[in-house]
Design a protein around this ligand. Structure first.
Ligand code: KG4
Ligand code: ZN
Length: 345
């Protein structure tokens, strides 16, 4: 079975062909970072037009390596949400048109489920039945959560951010520091030259009743951190930017690591720790998670670097890993920006 995946939820247009047992045959991503950079963030109208322009040539380019052709496609999977409505629409329309033309089923996929299951794209990984239950730290630009993955399709959110996501905190922090979008890799880059210990930012570990009700027992909160950075820059503008970036990154990563360690300790049943999403590219976070996993005596699984940020291989992987009801009828599935009613929110 070979699934063609399409992803266009935000500022990356992506297509991929994935087969079962899980193997990526081709994966292409057209990034719009250059387009949005001068605006300091994603501009929805520019993103939508760019998806429309990029999708056709990108889909054709899947066959450049000669791995397959249109006749080798058994199903189409396309991101249905969450995301920007105007970005989701071109991908959904392309998916609908292709599925009709090829006479194959069409699956609408939850973007976050794609990120979660991207951990199974690691080469040589055991099959889900022997790896689960896994504690997954899901860290993207819009979401931060600790999820118990009992099997593909069975997820329980143990903790989530009650305000900004970790990636968002890095993107907003970078902006305050005068660094370009996206901020995570920029902060990581300049923090390399920073010194430890010149300042410290508060961790985002809320304990109040209301926070725990909204965010679960392992709730995160990153909006105070951003405010602390703003206040610091007003109070002490003279400190080297690399030192400030290093301390800021440290606070974000330590927050994630503390909660992941607590969640692992709280339940002896996890067989592995995993990290997925764009922020999983961060070296400090990966190193920290290695220690957390080692201490708990479980292996750490990280998504391959190229499948951490948005891609279509993770979208195509979803219907290959679990049964999913195909979309029937016309028109294409509605874009669902907040994907209400899905198993994972
Ligand atoms: O998963 P993703 O591509 O998109 C969403 O679904 O949101 O994640 C993008 C996020 C951005 O916030 C970006 O700053 C962050 O991932 N990111 C990083 C790194 N590379 C990307 N954060 C920290 N360190 C990195 N190396
Ligand atoms: Zn994403």
């Amino acid at each position: 079975m070979r699934v063609l995946g399409i992803e266009s939820s935000c500022d990356e247009t992506a297509a991929a062909l994935v087969e079962s047992p899980l193997r990526v045959l081709a994966s292409v991503v057209a990034s719009q970072i250059g387009l949005h950079r001068r605006h300091g963030g994603v501009v929805p109208e520019l993103a939508a037009r760019s998806h429309v322009e990029a999708l056709g040539p990108l889909l054709e380019s899947l066959w450049d390596g000669g791995v397959s052709d249109w006749d080798g496609v058994d199903a189409v999977a396309v991101t249905q949400g969450p995301g920007l409505a105007s970005s989701l629409l071109p991908g959904l329309a392309a998916g609908r048109a292709l599925a009709d033309r090829l006479g194959v089923p069409l699956y609408g996929v939850h973007h976050m489920e794609g990120h979660l299951l991207s951990l199974f794209l690691s080469p040589g990984i055991p099959d889900p039945a022997s790896l689960c239950p896994v504690l997954v730290l899901l860290v993207t630009g819009g979401h931060t959560a600790l999820v118990r993955l009992s099997a593909p399709g069975q997820y329980e959110v143990l903790g989530r951010s009650i305000d900004d996501a970790a990636g968002e905190a890095l993107d907003k922090g970078a902006r305050l520091l005068g660094l370009p979008y996206p901020g995570g890799p920029e902060i990581e880059r300049i923090a390399e030259d920073g010194r430890d210990g010149s300042l410290r930012f508060p961790l985002g570990l809320p304990t109040g009743e209301e926070a725990l009700r909204r965010g679960g027992p392992f709730a995160f909160s990153f909006s105070g951190l951003k405010t602390a950075l703003r206040n610091h820059l007003l109070r002490e503008p003279g400190l080297p930017r690399a030192d400030v970036a290093r301390a800021y990154q440290e606070a974000v990563m330590q927050t994630l690591l503390r909660r992941a360690a607590e969640a692992l300790r709280s339940d002896g049943g996890f067989r592995a720790l995993a990290c997925v999403g764009g922020v999983a590219r961060n070296r400090k976070l990966r190193e920290g998670l290695e220690s957390v996993a080692k201490e708990a005596g479980v292996p750490l699984v990280t998504t391959p670097f190229e499948y951490c940020t948005d891609n279509a291989a993770m979208i195509a992987a979803v219907p290959l890993l679990r049964p999913l009801a195909p979309h029937v009828g016309f028109p294409e599935p509605d874009p669902n920006p907040s994907l209400q009613g899905a198993t994972l929110r």
